[in-house]
Design a protein around this ligand. Structure first.
Ligand SMILES: [Zn+2]
Length: 393
């Protein structure tokens, strides 16, 4: 990684880091207070005139900021008005990348956190994580080109990674070779588990403080938000819902356990279960559609899946008392066929203390929560966007 840093940044590391901090300060003030004069910028950033001049000159050269005409001067004032500085609106402020299992996505957000452009693509399930990053880098380049977006004013880049249990707080080691991304942008990079990032995106959209975000896809995992903070655990392994035991006499799992939820409800295992029941579906979408159409085997399978999921979710609910539980991933397309039995399973819990207020829903995001969450994580860390959910380092 040191090699990559030197390659993409000709300045010695410390100097480059200081310069980057100054840049972020300038971009932060401009994004927070809007276009302003050099003099105001000097005051707001606390940078010396010489330093500010060098930083601004570079940002102008890279089209990260632009010069604008000030509002017309009031009556009685004369002289040529000094031009003011503003963020280039065609410059993304944060980039989010999701290196998912079976898919990639990328998303640019502006300084308010609104999505400017996003795209995704399907990939092979067994694609190596470094290969995923290369493909995602190409996706970012084509997305930027298609929307005329500059990468020069990026405050930061967030990367969500599946199945690697990356823990940014526990280890200095990067879980993926980030050199291709650093060649695109000098912006600082944050990474985390993509389901945790998706949970943060969901929470920031719906202003949740206590959320259980359950992702049901090729793997099963959950993001746990407690009091507005995402749980990572001591070694970054928090949220492995897929390896909760739902049947001690069940089949062995690669994790060393037995009867893990994922051994039944991963996409692969569900399709195998359907085949055992005499019905073959080409993919999960075919099954969920058949279930909504009332096809008996599909409906039975949905009820079976909901029963197993209910065992795990009921235990988690007893432990965490979330305000909201949301389902995401391909299986969430079952909608009420999953939600209704889950509600019944939770209603069966009778704590004498008080009535439980947990609500259940399908995720507010149709798709793209991972990359949006990653962009939001970068923006919350380095930008001025309101960040109700704490994430990142
Ligand atoms: Zn397991």
């Amino acid at each position: 990684m040191e090699e990559g840093l030197r390659m993409t940044n000709p300045e010695p590391g410390v100097l480059a880091a200081v310069r980057r901090q100054h840049e972020l300060r300038v971009l932060g003030v401009l994004s927070e207070s809007g276009p302003t004069s050099r003099k105001n910028l000097e005051h707001a950033t606390g940078l010396s005139r010489t330093t500010l001049s060098a930083i601004v000159g570079d940002l102008l050269r890279r089209s990260a900021v632009i010069e604008l005409d000030p509002a017309p001067a009031g009556p009685g004032l004369s002289g040529r008005p000094t031009r003011i500085l503003g963020i280039n609106p065609s410059s993304g402020s944060a980039l989010g990348i999701n290196l998912g299992r079976g898919h990639l996505s990328a998303c640019f957000v502006d300084y308010s956190g609104a999505i400017i452009a996003s795209d995704s693509e399907l990939i092979a399930l067994d694609l190596d994580v470094n290969e995923k990053l290369l493909r995602a880098t190409a996706l970012v380049q084509s997305l930027a080109a298609a929307h005329g977006l500059s990468l020069n004013a990026l405050l930061g880049v967030g990367v969500g990674i599946s199945s690697m249990h990356p823990d940014p707080q526990a280890s200095g080691q990067e879980p993926v070779d980030l050199a291709p991304l650093r060649a695109l942008s000098t912006a600082p990079i944050l990474w985390d588990h993509n389901i945790r990032i998706s949970a943060m995106a969901e929470a920031s959209r719906c202003l949740d403080q206590d959320l259980l975000y359950v992702s049901l896809s090729h793997g099963i995992s959950c993001g746990i938000l407690v009091g507005g903070t995402i749980a990572r655990g001591g070694a970054g392994l928090a949220g492995e819902l897929g390896h909760m035991c739902v049947d001690p006499d069940g089949p062995e799992c690669w994790c060393g356990g037995r009867g893990c939820l994922e051994r039944y409800l991963s996409i692969q295992n569900l399709l195998a279960e359907a085949a055992r029941r005499g019905r073959s579906y080409s993919d999960i979408a075919e099954w969920t559609t058949a279930a909504h159409d009332g096809e008996p085997v599909a409906v039975e399978l949905a009820a079976w899946a909901a029963e197993l999921l209910g065992r795990a979710v009921a235990n988690l609910t007893m432990l965490l008392d979330p305000q909201r539980i949301v389902l995401a991933g391909e299986l969430a397309a079952l909608g009420e066929l999953l939600l209704e039995p889950l509600r019944r399973s939770l209603a069966g819990q009778r704590l004498d203390i008080r009535e439980r207020r947990t609500t259940l829903a399908v995720s507010a995001f149709a798709a793209g929560a991972g990359s949006y969450g990653a962009a939001h994580m970068a923006l919350s860390r380095w930008g001025s966007a309101a960040a109700p959910v704490s994430g990142g380092r």
